[in-house]
Write a protein that binds this ligand. Structure first.
Ligand code: PLP
Length: 383
């Protein structure tokens, strides 16, 4: 989380304490439109489309709201979702639970091998075209870091044959990590992300770009979803805003919105674009890889470096993923070496090392040295 999130947290508190209920004027009148504009700018949304962005505390809430917008209320069959085996727990757990009650059926395409993923995914879309209600996939897979290019995103979306099929992109590891252009995609995809990772804003600030015309009346709905329609004449039907606000829930902790807007504003003012940060991060990743190779060579090849899962830098997000059987032990051994500001994490047999704007060359070289020492101590040795 960026240090720039501290002041907006205090601003949020001051607005709440000083303005009481009048704070909503600041939140809905100033803060929300500013944050929508900032996100729209990062994602190259066309002018006038800022208001297609809705907010929630987490992506699970947004996913449930999207799901509740499918169909016209007459759907008696399970909803068919084409997805991958590498989606984050929020989606996977929820989909599995709905599957237990036969409310959802998933068709699952493995993300690996990555080189053929897009072709295989498109083939599955085409093969199941008539049955599908939703296509759900990640822009960057959380368990490998493999990232779809802009052209691949567009190819997948274009391959969805019927307009009624919802297309949902989980962009949690894509937003502010890799340059993304929604100028052509925003009319067709639900693009869902959050500010916890690469927008460095802390938790609680997730958002959804809502394509016009899709899910005009989600069944899972909160009273914020109809602000624009509150003044309309009362009818028997529940009213909705006709922009992205129809996906809003109810009262939430707004400090997340303050934090994210401050960080995006800081990046904007300093000219810190996603493209520039990503180029810097890729260079750091390469420096790290070169250094562990060099250490290995200098040592006379004493240990076996774990294979890198996301080896292709043109399809890589912000972290490197090494495959190693005892990933948890290596992760723990790395933590025991207490390198200030550096944390690694593991998922099953994957050891993930992330790189960020605030790392510099010395940090990376030191991290590489410790990585190599840990691998030498814990991983299998050459005979
Ligand atoms: C790919 C992906 N999606 C979503 C999330 C967050 O989900 P939620 O906001 O429901 O906690 C994460 C968190 O790490 C993630 O990696």
């Amino acid at each position: 989380m960026s240090t720039h999130t501290r002041a907006p947290l205090v601003d949020c508190w001051l607005d709440a304490a000083m303005k009481a209920d009048n704070k909503w004027g600041t939140i809905f009148g100033t803060l929300l439109p500013r944050l929508q504009r900032q996100i729209a700018s990062v994602l190259a949304l066309p002018e006038g489309k800022d208001n297609t962005i809705a907010f929630a505390s987490n992506t699970q809430e947004l996913f449930m709201r999207i799901l509740s917008g499918i169909g016209d209320g007459t759907c008696s069959e399970p909803l068919v979702i084409l997805t991958t085996d590498s989606e984050f727990h929020s989606f996977t757990r929820q989909a599995c639970r709905l599957e237990e009650d036969k409310l959802v059926t998933r068709i699952i395409v493995p993300s690996a091998p990555f080189e053929t993923f897009v072709d295989r995914f498109i083939a599955a879309i085409e093969a199941n075209a008539d049955a599908l209600h939703m296509v759900f996939f990640s822009q960057a897979f959380f368990n490998s870091g493999h990232t779809l290019s802009q052209a691949e995103l567009e190819r997948v979306v274009a391959s969805v044959p019927r307009d009624e099929v919802f297309v949902v992109v989980d962009a949690y590891h894509g937003f502010c990590a890799v340059q993304t252009d929604l100028s052509a995609l925003h009319t067709r995809v639900f693009y869902m992300a959050g500010g916890y990772k690469y927008a460095m804003s802390g938790e609680g600030c997730c958002f959804l770009v809502v394509p016009d015309g899709y899910a005009p009346r989600p069944r899972n709905t909160g009273w914020f979803a109809s602000f624009d329609a509150l003044a309309d004449a009362k009818t028997d039907r529940v009213q909705y805003s006709d922009n992205g606000s129809r996906f809003l829930g109810s009262t939430m902790d707004n400090s997340a919105l303050y934090r994210m807007s401050e960080v995006l504003g800081w990046m904007e003012t300093r000219g810190i674009s996603v493209e520039k940060v990503h180029a810097r991060v890729l260079a750091m990743q390469q420096l790290f890889l070169d250094e562990i190779e060099a250490l290995e060579t200098r040592s006379g090849g004493t240990c076996i470096l774990p294979p890198l899962l996301n080896a292709d830098p043109s399809h890589r997000g912000r972290f490197l993923t090494f495959v190693v059987e005892n990933a948890a032990a290596l992760c723990e051994a790395f933590a025991a070496r207490e390198l200030p500001g550096v944390l690694t994490d593991c998922r099953e047999d994957k050891w993930r090392i992330g790189f960020a704007l605030y790392h510099d060359k010395e940090d990376v070289l030191e991290c590489a040295r410790r990585f190599w020492c840990v691998v030498r101590a814990c991983a299998p040795r050459r005979e």
